[in-house]
Design a protein around this ligand. Structure first.
Ligand SMILES: [Zn+2]
Ligand SMILES: [Zn+2]
Length: 335
């Protein structure tokens, strides 16, 4: 595990507080504290675990404030390493929690499934894997591992935030809707200090996960959304980029170009794999290059890998370059 970095003052009235994500290679989420004339605001909160909560409380004290002082929380996206502790921060302070409506819709659905019957969720995963042509043993292993995760009920926000200008005390925050990593992802630009907070949309060394999970409607094109959202950032060349994971960095345009090129390579690799004839999504997973051999990819990450392959297939389908033949399993072929 990487050691947790210190709490840092990034600029006037802006602090970063690393909050541990227990037992996860991502290590920590950077929570940002924005001071204002009305009191502090948070961007993201961290994973809902006792060690993370203790770390967040201690970090806020190090910034010269406390959780009780918090006025509002802006959530970049609904993933549990960002939204997880928002309910506890709200309970401790009475603050509001803001998130994009498209991510709220996912949280509402997730809460319903957790409260009514989590088995419906696992049955959906199973169907998606069968449709993709995963082997029986792998399906059982993936669904079994998903059952064992037991995620706590995610909190709902109090208000919705889109692309707008927010006044938080004397601080002006421009929020930008940047769908792709999730349908309601938000980036934030702090005008007075010229800083861009990019959540999980733009990271320094990691390429953001973009996937199709089967609950989206058939017209959803997360990779298309993601690439358009990357282009949205190109008008900005802030003093510094503040991502939600790993270190701060410089150079929006260069990083955007790298990521666009990365996805173009993946799309080309996928088309090449289909040159000899149709393949099922699971066969495509085996053909694509990953950072390790397929057999070494941990079982739950194979599902994420499939989601990524499906997002690339969907993009090529939208461009009219491949056809997906429905069936059990589905087959992908060049158009
Ligand atoms: Zn995320
Ligand atoms: Zn994250």
């Amino acid at each position: 595990m990487r050691p947790l970095p210190p709490v840092e003052k990034v600029a006037g009235g802006v602090f970063s507080v690393p909050v541990v994500v227990p037992d996860n290679p991502i290590g920590w989420t950077q929570v940002y504290v924005l001071e204002s004339s009305a009191g502090p605001y948070l961007v993201d909160t961290g994973w809902n675990a006792p060690s993370a909560w203790d770390g967040l409380l201690a970090g806020l004290v190090e910034c010269g404030t406390s959780v009780e002082e918090v006025q509002g929380v802006l959530i970049t996206h609904h993933h549990p390493d960002h939204l997880g502790l928002a309910g506890r921060v709200r309970d401790a302070s009475g603050c509001w929690v803001g998130m994009h409506a498209a991510d709220t819709a996912l949280v509402e659905r997730h809460r319903e499934l957790l409260l009514d019957d989590p088995e419906v969720m696992h049955a959906e995963t199973q169907r998606l894997l069968e449709e993709a042509d995963a082997g029986r043993c792998e399906i059982d292993e993936i669904v079994g591992a998903a059952r064992g995760l037991a995620l706590p009920l995610p909190p709902l926000p109090d208000r919705h935030v889109g692309s707008e200008t927010l006044r938080l005390g004397d601080r002006v925050v421009r929020t930008m809707h940047t769908p792709g990593h999730t349908p309601g992802h938000l980036c934030l630009y702090l005008e007075d200090v010229d800083l861009l907070l990019t959540g999980d949309h733009l990271l320094s060394t990691i390429s953001s996960h973009v996937g199709v999970y089967g609950f989206e409607d058939a017209s959803a094109d997360p990779l298309g959304d993601y690439l358009s959202s990357l282009r949205l950032l190109q008008d900005h060349e802030p003093t510094e980029i503040l991502p939600a994971h790993r270190g701060r960095f410089h150079g929006v345009r260069d990083r955007v170009e790298e990521l666009v090129a990365h996805h173009e390579e993946r799309l080309a690799e996928l088309k090449n794999a289909l040159a000899d004839g149709p393949l099922t999504p699971w066969q495509l997973c085996h053909r694509m290059t990953w950072n390790r051999s397929w057999d070494e990819i941990p079982i739950l990450m194979r599902r994420a890998a499939l989601a990524e392959v499906l997002a690339h297939v969907r993009r090529l389908e939208r461009e009219g370059l491949v056809t997906v033949l429905p069936g059990m399993p589905t087959q992908v072929r060049l158009a």
